[in-house]
Ligand binder design. Structure first.
Ligand SMILES: [Zn+2]
Length: 394
């Protein structure tokens, strides 16, 4: 049941549409006029008796479809779709499509709305068919149809089709920024590369990753995937070259590449190279994960004391709970009795503070979580989620 305020607005809209339709009909057959009036008053009767569903049906039947009343029908259909009344919205839009009195442009508008009903209802195949017709007809609604097709192929994980459709969209129509189209297409290529890698198809994986970087030079995901692939193949120098692009592509994503970078240097037996690289990162892009990683290197080379001193010195400049927990852990290794108990308590408290905090957030919609998603579950934007910085984060 809809609320009364909304219904009052609807009633006004429909009444205006009804009057327009009635005036436009002019001197048409008296019997038809009478039938519409009866439907209108039947609807009013339902409304006065607070029977919203019956009232809606009666008004839909009473309001004749003409070019003048089309907007009212479309507004009503869209309102119903937004309220989740998909069956009724579909009925209105299908009713419009059956009217030969409408122009091609008006019919295409109704077809786009019907496709949107099907998308909302999860009937993606039916929506796809309607949208493809609009694209093939080179309709004025082609851009909207292409945008919806990208969304559908994205949901169905049909990445090659998504790229094909996105290629037809102009820059302005895609995503929320000028960079959006290239970034989304790069992610589609990365998805294809991942599928190729699952089949151990290295040649095609490389081809897709190259394509991803041609669409978006800043694609961290392509660098990480490609770096990981070369590492698995034993090409450690090549892997390093790819992974070391990440700080330039997006400094907020450095921590995603750290494990693999360390593994590559390790395989190459280049401890000094790793130390130099990590120190350089620390100077320009400090983070708690980086501090902990460097402390680990120091610990193996110089022992627990030196590692703890390093973390303490970093904490003075840039306090973070993650680094503090690591410092406590290092002190726990060498303490006993009351001091050990207190340190244990402190560590547990700090861990509890972090437990309640998410690790990642979306720069676009504010969605937060403990996992890196390439496609934000909140706003469906690609590559907008990064690790949270600050005392409770990185
Ligand atoms: Zn988001």
């Amino acid at each position: 049941m809809m609320d009364f305020g909304l219904f009052f607005l609807l009633l006004v809209a429909i009444a205006i549409g009804f009057l327009l339709g009635w005036r436009a009909r002019g001197k048409r057959a008296h019997s038809e006029n009478q039938r519409s009036s009866q439907g209108y008053f039947r609807g009013l009767n339902y409304l006065l008796n607070e029977q919203a569903d019956g009232a809606m049906d009666a008004f839909i039947d009473a309001l004749e479809v003409t070019p003048e009343t089309l907007e009212t029908h479309l507004a009503l259909g869209n309102l119903l779709r937004r309220k989740g009344e998909i069956t009724k919205a579909t009925k209105i839009h299908q009713n419009l499509l059956a009217r030969p009195s409408l122009t091609t442009l008006q019919l295409h508008g109704a077809q786009l709305e019907l496709a949107r009903d099907f998308i909302k209802a999860g009937l993606l195949d039916r929506a796809e068919g309607l949208l493809q017709e609009l694209v093939e007809a080179n309709s004025q609604y082609k851009s909207e149809a292409l945008e919806h097709l990208v969304e559908i192929y994205q949901d169905e994980r049909e990445w090659a089709k998504a790229i094909h459709v996105a290629n037809q969209l102009s820059h302005r129509r895609f995503g929320k920024s000028a960079h959006g189209r290239g970034r989304a297409r790069a992610h589609f290529c990365c998805e294809l590369a991942e599928q190729a890698l699952e089949k151990k198809d290295v040649i095609n994986a490389r081809r897709y990753l190259r394509q991803a970087l041609s669409y978006d030079k800043q694609s961290v995901r392509a660098s990480l995937l490609w770096g990981d692939m070369e590492y698995q193949l034993g090409n450690y120098r090549e892997a390093l070259k790819l992974l070391q692009k990440v700080p330039v592509q997006n400094p907020n994503m450095i921590i995603e590449s750290l494990d693999l970078v360390c593994d590559c240097y390790d395989k190459l037996g280049d401890k000094r190279g790793l130390h130099r690289y990590l120190q350089e990162l620390l100077t320009h892009y400090p983070s708690s994960t980086l501090v902990i990683r460097i402390a680990e290197e120091i610990r193996w080379a110089e022992g627990d004391h030196a590692a703890a001193d390093f973390i303490a010195q970093q904490l003075r400049q840039r306090p973070t709970i993650k680094a503090l927990i690591r410092l406590i852990e290092l002190h726990l290794l060498r303490s006993d009795g009351r001091a050990r108990e207190n340190l244990q308590l402190l560590k547990q408290l700090m861990e509890r503070v972090l437990e309640a905090k998410p690790d990642y957030s979306c720069g676009q919609c504010g969605f937060t979580g403990n996992q890196l998603h390439w496609l934000c579950p909140g706003c469906k934007s690609w590559g907008t989620i990064t690790a949270i910085t600050g005392v409770e984060g990185e």
